[in-house]
Design a protein around this ligand. Structure first.
Ligand code: AMP
Ligand code: MG
Length: 443
């Protein structure tokens, strides 16, 4: 793993006191490597886990050409022969799904076929039942639901009701044997479990779960159940962190509240480092008098302190700490509750994905109109909390939630998206387009 110093020394315009969001993310990405442990799990237990190997399809899915409709299978040569007129075919039998059949229609013949049934030899097209008519005097009515024994009937249909190859599913069109079905790094979704099942695969190799330890720092913090002394606040960051981390399917180690006391902080950081892959703290990374966090973090490893050019969430510590032969990645987040969430989503989330070996695209940004003017200075990235909804004219528009202070957690709770105002961007006029990042999928 490259050291922080070696990564930073390669940057020509590195300024830790006004670091652009993108540059911080680039440094973080370069320092991180995925954990190496691998487990084999049953596919149901693989939901939300990170695939540790490429899965190559051992079979063709579907295994045979088959019908996509209930209807009649025939050779498309009959369409050319009809030359835009009517096609009449004698029905020689019925092909049901899940059976093999030896039906081989000759020219002028068809096979009644059900959805999923194997295409008869020589047939490449299926005319759906509802486009056909029974030929009078040739048995029971085609096109009805009566079904039954079809042999001996005849059907007719307009040649232009279907094109050659229609309503036929090709062997291997879903997954071809020998081709990669899923790539390593994939965070397995419900469709992937089904896809693995369709290949007959019972178990897959996944990366071991990441262990993440977290604690809050500050003498003013009280835990739920304790009396709220004058000048104190309840610790909320551990709960938002718990929620955000749960969504990443990591193993959580909640270490509670740690006082602003050098010995207590050192003990907590060491214990976290010895038990987890990553450590997340909140509070104490700004330059406050009673904040010893920075000093202790710096003593335990390769840690850098940034003022990020963003709002909210300026101060942040990042690096690697070591204790008794164990190493862990460290994220020292700001104390303010909104800043914790914003820095988590815009730095920590992608970093943890990388540690998990997960190949996840950055969340998409949508461009929508701003319902009102927003003040913004160029030179920092802002993550305002927004509510995306349809405006009076039916178009999507976003408005900011009331108070945007970095201590106002209600702004996150009410919002359904971040309004992302880029580093270079200035103020926004009412009606201007802005980029939003939806919470759905992120949270
Ligand atoms: P700090 O970064 O430690 O100076 O904290 C900045 C602000 O965030 C202060 O007002 C703290 O009281 C508040 N704060 C810090 N940690 C927490 C927490 N865990 N829960 C709620 N508020 C917090
Ligand atoms: Mg503090």
């Amino acid at each position: 793993m490259p050291s922080l110093q070696s990564v930073i020394s390669c940057l020509s315009d590195y300024d830790p006191s006004a670091l652009p969001v993108e540059q911080a993310n680039r440094i973080i990405a370069e320092v991180i490597e995925p954990v190496s442990g691998i487990e084999q799990v049953a596919i149901r237990s693989a939901l939300d886990r990170v695939l540790a190997e490429d899965v190559v399809s051992p079979i063709d899915v579907p295994a045979h050409d088959n019908s996509a409709m209930d209807g009649y299978a025939f050779s498309s040569a009959a369409l050319q022969a009809a030359n835009g007129g009517e096609v009449t075919l004698r029905v020689i039998g019925t092909a049901l799904a899940g059976e093999t059949h030896g039906l081989t229609p000759a020219a002028g013949e068809a096979v009644r076929i059900m959805t999923g049934a194997v295409m008869p030899a020589g047939c490449d097209t299926v005319i759906p039942q509802e486009f056909t008519q029974a030929v009078p005097g040739a048995g029971s009515e085609a096109g009805s639901e009566s079904g039954g024994e079809a042999a001996g009937e005849a059907v007719r249909f307009a040649a232009d009701a279907v094109r050659a190859g229609d309503n036929r599913r090709l062997r291997g069109e879903d997954l071809a044997r020998g081709k990669p079905a899923l790539n390593q790094g994939r965070v397995l979704q419900p469709a992937d479990l089904g896809l693995l099942a369709s290949l007959g695969i019972a178990e897959v190799k996944v990366r071991r779960r990441l262990r993440v330890a977290f604690f809050s720092t500050g003498d003013e913090l009280r835990s739920i159940g304790e009396p709220l002394d004058a000048g104190c606040v309840y610790d909320s960051n551990r709960y938002t962190l718990h929620g955000m981390l749960r969504r990443l399917h990591v193993e959580l180690i909640d270490m509670g509240v740690v006082r602003d006391d050098p010995a207590a902080l050192e003990a907590a950081l060491r214990s976290a480092c010895e038990n987890a892959d990553a450590v997340i703290t909140s509070g104490g990374v700004s330059v406050g008098e009673a904040d010893y966090t920075r000093q202790i973090m710096a003593e335990l490893g390769d840690v850098t302190f940034w003022k990020i050019a963003m709002r909210p969430g300026r101060p942040m510590a990042f690096g690697r700490i070591a204790s008794n032969g164990h190493q862990a990645l460290l994220f020292g987040l700001p104390g303010n509750p909104v800043a914790v969430m914003v820095t988590f989503y815009h730095f920590v989330r992608a970093a943890l994905h990388r540690m998990m070996g997960a190949d996840i695209a950055p969340p998409p940004l949508m461009r929508v109109r701003s319902a009102h003017a927003i003040r913004k200075k160029p030179g920092r990235t802002e993550y305002q909390r927004g509510i995306l909804a349809r405006g009076a004219d039916g178009q999507w528009e976003v408005r900011i939630t009331g108070q945007q202070g970095s201590g106002v957690l209600r702004s996150m709770s009410e919002a359904n998206c971040f309004i992302v105002l880029g580093h270079e961007q200035g103020g926004v006029a009412a009606g201007d387009p802005v980029e939003v990042m939806l919470f759905e999928g992120l949270l």
